[in-house]
Design a protein around this ligand. Sequence first.
Ligand code: FES
Length: 340
Amino acid sequence: MSGDGSDRPRRQVGRRPDEAPDVPQAGLPASHSEGVVEDHADDPREVQFSEIQVAALFGVGIVAIIFFLYAYFGISIHDNLGQYSNYALGGSLAIALCAIGAGFIVWAKKLLPHEKTVQDRHDFHSPPEEEKLAEDTFLQGVEDMGLARFKILRRTLLGALALFPLPIVVLLRDLGPLPGRSLEGDGEITGWKAGSRLVDLDTKLPVKLGDLSIGGVQTVMPEGFGSAEELSLAPTMLIRFAPGEIKSDKERNWGINGHVAYSKICTHAGCPISLYEQQTHNLLCPCHQSTFDMANDAKVIFGPAARPLPQLQISADRDGYLYAVKPYSQPVGPSFWERR
Ligand code: FES
């Protein structure tokens, strides 16, 4: 009978109780190990149940791999921009790996013999005479350097060590100028200011409520735009949704009568975006296929972009002309911040 009450056979490994303990060889620490091996192969029913568990997990792995192959060859990568294919491939591969890994774990825990090992460790302290020798050697080195005798040498050495970090601090200047307000993505950077009217990119005429038909998109700029920097950061996409199509309260409140405005500069690498699908409200970047849900805060639903497109809060004046309530409240463009 074993210590835990089971009748499992056990195999003693290492030193037998009647054996003398290991004698340390010269220069080696005194240590020994001994162990007990427990075999699980004594209860046929338990073994059979464990075998079925492992086989079931491997079976799940097989099914998942077969489904992976089906998904690879059978599901079009063009359906819903490849989402179905991606989910099926990723999901089936994850299930296959988890099931096979879990099978190995159950196999190791329930079917393989377990060995319990105890190993003594020697004391890690050096002998007192060695510690004394090291201390004496260090003190002798300090004495030989003559720091106590040579006062000028000692003071100049301390001065040199105190000044040594300064070149490193000075070199930090080469990391570039401080970003200042450029991290805020404000109107000075993009060209959009509070009250800027939205004008058509080509005609430069102000845009009015209702100019755009439902489902339509239009590229707009701040009235009076001109500099190259404004041209590169200011392009904004005006979209008009049908009533009830906008899912996000924030997006609806930042727009007016179904009109909303978003930056056209992709947050991945800065390409101008213009491929808008009216039915799905998806906006696709042609460069690396980042896709944004324009009815839901322009959230990223596919691709490498790391954050949504920034929204420009707009309203309309008494005559119905659209204007920016305030500049963009976050940087436009790639996920790294724009700098002057
Ligand atoms: S620049 Fe748009 S996805 Fe890369």
